[in-house]
Ligand binder design. Structure first.
Ligand code: KIV
Ligand code: ZN
Length: 501
């Protein structure tokens, strides 16, 4: 059986998606989830790009066991030096050097001729190789490069020590047949190609990233670069979950190709990335969207009840999605609670479990039917990436059609109890203003989204918001059967992040 190497770049190209910035702790949390998902390589960041990214790559390299940890570098001495300083703590470090080879990039961006690019490609590979044996080289914009020149560059970097050559469709311009034929042509025309792994890296500008990656696999690519939920520059990268499930579902097409991905962790990892980046998953997103396994039309529902495979090509449980199935209620004990969480892929430490159980009991007091999605929200709410400085004790609001909304909020900061009150445009605004008076933090609300976690009048409300100060932008999340409380929890989550970093 041939194994396809899964190179995850959620923490690098994924994080380049506008608005998706992750701090060090969040990157580490995602890296842990990726390692447990079974990816082979984690591209943890672009260390030269900022001090924060350098530290994040360093902490991922130092703590993640199993996958190779990779850092990106331009073909520049300083980039390569800094990338190595960040990844050297990994037991399995990789430096990924990139340099554009297309005419348009060479002429307008780099202002360099072919000979100079070839020289730089060889020099940078050799220089990186002095630091570590595992070197990946990417001729950026490969799909728009002159094929003859591209083959020469690939041959030269392999001779210089590159162990993986990655073929990026940087601007998502290629279409499947063309991209597949490029991979085949590289196999046929680069003499030393068997000494390196061929990788592909596809962007989704035309919605073809997954199709291009799959076609490349058919034509001999051995590694695919992808991201959770397909996040990435502009329209994103090829989505990991779609590639994995296509390979798995269409064994008739892809034969015996395998990966080490634990499919039942896909849904959970997808949710984590969505929560920490603040990128909501479209309901119709393949594999992980909330509608991906939902059947609305009567004929479809009837068919699925008679035989599941009439309208379902993937079992939702295979990707760790358990639907809304009614699971726990008022009389459920701690054991049942913890067992259910394990089934959903959450392995909590004792204190986390205790706290989640308290929250669960508060929810079942108000909400008779607790669904899996409620449980996930309850747990995710508790799994804070920072130790909370501000905690909600209580709040009261007065609101109505003919009156100005007023709020009183009582918070705890360490041992101190603080009370603030304010009016506002609405009850949520009044609460946020009351909190601002207590905390004295000058933060701007950039984004606020409220969604029902499950259906029904007693559904949990989940709030995602974005707060910015002069120095940073953070995301906050909270859930409750009461949407004002969910909003306060999300606001405090964000304030706690602002205070902690
Ligand atoms: O899209 C691209 O070309 C890249 C390279 C750095 C591999 O992200
Ligand atoms: Zn890219």
């Amino acid at each position: 059986m041939d194994k396809i190497i899964i190179f995850d770049t959620t923490l690098r190209d994924g994080e380049q998606a506008p608005g998706a910035s992750l701090n060090q702790r969040e990157k580490l949390e995602i890296a842990e989830a990726l390692a447990s998902l079974g990816v082979d390589i984690i591209e943890a960041g672009f260390p030269i790009s900022s001090k924060g990214d350098f530290e994040a790559v360093k902490s991922v390299a130092a703590s993640i066991k199993g996958p190779i940890v990779c850092g990106l570098a331009r073909a520049i001495k300083k980039d390569i030096d800094v990338a190595y300083q960040a990844i050297k703590f990994s037991k399995r470090p990789r430096i990924h050097v990139f340099l554009a080879t297309s005419r348009i990039h060479m002429q307008y961006k780099l202002k360099k001729a072919e000979d100079e690019i070839l020289r730089l490609a060889v020099w940078s590979t050799k220089y990186a190789k002095k630091y570590c044996p595992d070197i990946e080289f990417s001729p950026e914009d490969a799909s728009r490069s002159d094929r003859g020149f591209l083959f020469r560059v690939i041959e030269a970097v392999i001779d210089a020590g590159a162990t993986t050559v990655n073929i990026p469709d940087t601007v998502g311009y290629a279409e499947p047949e063309e991209f597949g034929s490029l991979i085949r042509a590289i196999r046929d025309n680069v003499a030393s190609i068997n000494k390196a792994v061929i990788s592909v890296h596809c962007h989704n500008d035309l919605g073809l990233a997954v199709a291009n990656s799959l076609e490349a696999i058919k034509k001999g690519a051995e590694q695919v670069e992808c991201t959770i939920n397909g996040i990435g520059e502009r329209a994103g990268n090829a989505s990991l979950e779609e590639i994995i499930m296509a390979l798995d579902t269409r064994k008739d097409v892809f034969g015996s190709l395998t990966t080490d991905i634990r499919k039942n962790q896909i849904y959970k990892t997808s949710r984590l990335v969505s929560k920490l980046t603040g990128f909501v998953i479209a309901p119709n997103k393949a594999i992980v969207g909330s509608n991906a396994f939902r059947h609305e039309a009567g004929i479809h529902q009837d068919g699925v009840l008679k035989k599941r495979s009439t309208y379902e090509i993937i079992k939702p449980q295979d990707v760790g999605f358990y639907g809304a199935g009614l699971v726990l209620g008022k009389h459920s004990g701690r054991h049942a609670f913890s067992e259910r969480l394990k089934t959903l892929g959450f392995h909590l430490r004792k204190q986390q479990l205790d706290e989640a159980f308290v929250r669960f009991k508060q929810v079942v007091d108000k909400k008779k039917n607790v669904f899996d999605s409620d449980l996930i929200a309850i747990v995710e709410d508790g799994l804070r990436t920072v130790k909370p400085l501000w905690k909600l004790i209580s709040f009261e609001i007065i609101s109505g059609t003919q009156i100005t909304p007023k709020a009183m909020v009582k918070l705890q900061k360490k041992k101190e109890i603080l009370i603030g009150s304010s009016t506002g445009d609405g009850p949520v605004d009044a609460c946020f203003k009351a909190i601002d008076k207590i905390s004295n933090i000058k933060a701007k609300l950039q984004d606020y989204r409220l969604e029902a976690v499950t259906s029904g009048k007693d559904a949990l409300g989940g709030v995602n918001l974005k707060l910015s100060t002069k120095a940073k932008t953070v995301l906050g999340r909270g859930s409750s059967t009461d949407i004002i409380e969910a909003s306060i929890r999300a606001y405090l989550d964000a304030l706690n992040k602002i205070e902690s970093q």
